[in-house]
Design a protein around this ligand. Structure first.
Ligand code: COA
Length: 320
């Protein structure tokens, strides 16, 4: 597998920490200190499909691939206004593609799960070009009165186009089921046959438990993929990490003794955009001309589930 194009799109509305402090009991100082977040983009009049379509088009332009050339569209998404049809199939309709299209939900780890699926499809000879989109609107599932969750998240969409190649040097995806530390239970329609308490509500999170799990799974997964690719931390150009919290990122940086410039960051600008965070960061690096052929990238993410994943990519956007 090889990434040949990247794209992204954010909602227009930008909300700073100070603006949040107008309606919840928080402060810029608390949020910056505990998370590194300074602002986030949130949905207003746009829909998530608007963002997903724009991100997809940007990635396809960057790759020079037409919608008719796509063999699959995979969209990682936790939640959006439509349960059916899938976000992938909605995007496919807009861009004029008729290839198979499906969503997958691995929470914030979704982009790496989608890369893994794409790699399998390419290796099986089932595809030449695959569009992967990560589109997320966590602002729609948090309780905006709960200061311990709503300050952490932001909305956005990002996409990549992948084709056959040898860039993916190693990958590990995993999950360890735990419904109690991070979950969102949405309401379903009532029926005449169901008699039980309605136990739905906004996103629930035990921040400290998530923090511990995130650090331990990231360190474990990243060491595994380095070993599997038969390289060491000295070979790594960039660590492209899930942008949930600067303190988690710092933990990983000090464990791998990485230099600050090896750890690109955008959690300060966008908050935690769930599975969109890694492709958003990749798109920024790509468009800023920071990625060179042969660069070694270690990607790592974690999320509700509890899911986690990491991979090593040798950047090789143009075949030659
Ligand atoms: N503003 C001000 N105070 C806040 C606050 C906010 N936005 N959110 C929580 N607090 C308060 C708490 O009420 C608590 O007050 P108390 O001591 O009077 O009870 C205090 O700050 C400490 O809260 P605590 O939960 O212990 O803070 P923490 O150091 O664990 O930081 C998180 C909280 C959420 C920032 C941190 O646990 C975290 O980042 N976890 C990982 C979350 C994550 O990444 N989730 C996404 C996974 S994909």
């Amino acid at each position: 597998m090889r990434i040949i194009g990247t794209g992204s799109q954010l909602p227009k509305k930008l909300v700073t920490n100070d603006q949040l402090a107008h309606f919840i009991d928080t402060s810029d100082e608390w949020i910056r200190e505990r998370t590194g977040i300074e602002q986030r983009h949130v949905m207003t009049n746009e829909t998530l499909e608007d963002l997903a379509i724009a991100a997809a088009k940007n990635a396809m332009d960057d790759a020079g691939v037409l919608s008719t050339q796509l063999d699959y569209i995979i969209c990682s998404n936790m939640v959006n206004e439509y349960v059916v049809p899938s976000m992938a199939s909605i995007v496919g309709g807009h861009i004029g593609s008729q290839c198979p299209a499906y969503d997958l939900n691995a929470a914030c780890t979704g982009f790496l799960y989608a890369l893994d699926m794409a790699d399998v499809l390419l290796k099986a000879g089932r595809a030449e070009y695959i569009l992967i989109i990560s589109a997320e609107e966590p602002s729609r599932i948090v309780d905006w009165n709960d200061r311990s969750t709503c300050v952490l998240f932001g909305d956005g969409a990002a996409a990549v186009v992948v084709t056959k190649g040898n860039s993916l040097r190693s990958i590990k995806v995993s999950s360890k089921s735990d419904k109690s530390v991070l979950y969102y239970r949405r309401p379903l329609e009532p029926t005449p046959f169901i008699i039980r308490d309605k136990n739905t509500g906004p996103l629930c999170m035990n921040g400290k438990e998530v923090f511990k799990s995130a650090v331990s799974s990231s360190l474990r997964d990243m060491q595994y993929v380095l070993d599997k690719a038969e390289i060491t931390k000295d070979d790594v150009t960039y660590y492209v990490l899930h942008q949930a919290n600067l303190r988690i990122i710092d933990f990983i940086r000090s464990h791998f003794e990485a230099k600050q410039e090896q750890i690109p960051i955008n959690v300060n600008k966008y908050g935690n955009t769930s599975s969109a965070s890694i492709p958003l960061l990749l798109d920024e690096l790509n468009r800023d001309g920071k990625l060179r052929k042969g660069d070694i990238l270690v990607l790592s993410a974690f999320g509700a589930g509890f899911t986690s994943a990491a991979c090593v990519i040798e950047w090789n956007k143009s075949a030659n």
